[in-house]
Write a new protein. Structure first.
Length: 161
């Protein structure tokens, strides 16, 4: 079953690369008492993710924060080394959270996993975005085509905050 508006996010633990190595971040750490934007990508460094989806959130970070967003996080079924390298390469390190859902547990618990094996990627996250307030989903935007970032883009999220 896919998570829906009004549902509480399931418990999950991510890994995030820091200068001191990996740290664990939980859904509760990220969302408790906060307004949080979470967006997911099929893979770090993939074309749509790196050229469109992520840059939109980095470019609109100040506008999101001005509308009361406390945290912005990107999630991908990648390891923390890859997510850390992507954070550094994109210029997003220290601006948003780059969360490794290394085993896909969070993505699967949301019902937002996709088998992209035909493209050589294996099981990954569908491309989506959500606005979460104190752990509860307030908006959910899932792309029908993983090669597009329109309904889950930062511009669309700005209209929902």
């Amino acid at each position: 079953m896919t998570i829906a508006i009004g549902d509480r996010l399931p418990d999950a633990t991510f890994k995030e690369k820091t200068k001191d190595g990996p740290v664990e971040t939980t859904v509760k750490d990220l969302t408790a008492g906060k307004k949080t934007v979470i967006f997911a990508v099929p893979g770090a460094f993939t074309p749509t993710c790196s050229l469109n989806h992520l840059p939109g959130y980095l470019d609109n970070l100040d506008a999101l924060k001005a509308k009361g967003v406390d945290e912005v996080a990107v999630v991908s079924v990648n390891d923390w080394h890859v997510m850390g390298a992507w954070a550094e390469h994109s210029g997003g390190q220290g601006k948003i959270h780059f969360l490794a859902d290394w085993n896909g547990a969070f993505t699967k618990s949301l019902g937002l996993d996709a088998d992209l094996s035909a493209g050589g990627l294996g099981v990954r996250a569908k491309r989506f975005s959500m606005l979460v307030e104190d752990g509860v989903v307030k908006s959910l935007n899932v792309e029908e085509n993983p090669g597009q970032a329109t309904v889950s883009a930062a511009a669309a999220m700005l209209e929902q905050v």
